[in-house]
Design a protein around this ligand. Structure first.
Ligand SMILES: Nc1ncnc2c1ncn2[C@@H]1O[C@H](COP(=O)(O)OP(=O)(O)OP(=O)(O)O)[C@@H](O)[C@H]1O
Ligand SMILES: [Mg+2]
Length: 261
């Protein structure tokens, strides 16, 4: 059995594989050696006595041999995201956007994993802006966002009076372009999630298009579980002519890749 443990910019995710089948998962808040060890101990309860460990993620570089209860292998995060995307999409050719603390774009073609770039827009942006403007835990901000109606965003209709070509009237022309404090925090939460989702959606689409994969985009990472972000990216990408999917276990993409590489 093989464990893949992804120590990210914020959290630690782990999976246990027996051949090609996933036997267990774990998610631990925190990204230090002790969080990786806790994740390992949780997975170990479900593992056969003989097992191997593969670490990945930005935080894995800081983990020294003596921090861990057994020898481990380390693999690069880009390869792990790519391999995980391949597994989750069941495709040999796929574009993967991994939205964690920040966002990375990876193109997979027949076992080649290419880092196309990324953006600092991601979960860390929600976290930071939420603490400045809303001051509530993220799951609450997410609920508030669902109640918002987008009243702070300037639409194409607000400027032009109608849609333009394929761009519908309700499309965003300017995120926060009509912001007023009196509209309240639900509107801030909504527009903030939408701004990050729309930016990532647009950047993902353009990145995917450079490699001809705009019709097979897979969105992973914990932020891909957020309903508002999901809808924003799905709609935005569709509007531009692409297709984005959100797999189950999206938050385990890199951990899965590490286990399977
Ligand atoms: N309900 C939520 N809605 C939106 N974002 C969330 C939610 N819960 C957590 N996040 C954000 O998800 C981010 C963590 O995601 P994830 O665990 O995929 O990243 P990571 O692997 O630690 O980071 P990276 O992959 O960038 O190194 C945090 O920045 C956090 O703010
Ligand atoms: Mg990650």
């Amino acid at each position: 059995m093989i464990m893949g443990i992804d120590i990210g910019g914020t959290n630690t995710q782990g999976v246990l594989f027996d051949g090609k089948s996933m036997k267990a998962r774990c998610s631990v808040e925190g990204n230090e050696a002790r969080h990786a060890v806790r994740c390992y101990n949780l997975l170990k309860k479900k593992a056969a006595r003989r097992h191997k460990v593969v670490l990945t993620g930005g935080g894995s570089r800081r983990i020294r041999k003596r921090d861990f209860p057994l020898p481990f292998k380390r693999v690069g995060e880009i390869k792990a995201i790519g391999r995980g995307g391949e597994y989750l999409s069941k495709r040999r050719s796929v574009f993967v956007a991994s939205i964690g603390t920040g966002t990375a774009f990876v193109s997979v073609k027949n076992g080649n994993y290419k880092h196309l770039g990324g953006t600092g827009m991601g979960g860390g942006t929600f976290h930071g802006l939420s603490s400045l403007m809303i001051n509530r835990p993220l799951n609450e901000v997410e609920k508030m966002a669902r109640k918002g109606r987008g009243l702070m965003d300037l639409t194409v209709k607000d400027i032009v009076g109608s849609g333009i070509g394929r761009i519908p009237a309700k499309a965003t022309a300017s995120n926060f372009g009509k912001a007023r404090r009196s509209l309240g925090k639900k509107e801030i939460a909504h527009s903030m999630l939408k701004m990050v989702g729309e930016t990532i959606g647009a950047m993902s689409y353009f990145a995917a298009k450079t490699v001809g994969q705009e019709k097979s985009m897979l969105i992973c990472g914990r932020v891909a579980l957020n309903d508002t972000v999901k809808k924003t990216i799905t709609d935005g990408v569709k509007l531009m002519g692409g297709k984005a999917g959100f797999p189950r276990n999206a938050e385990y993409c890199a951990a899965i890749g590490a286990a399977l590489l």
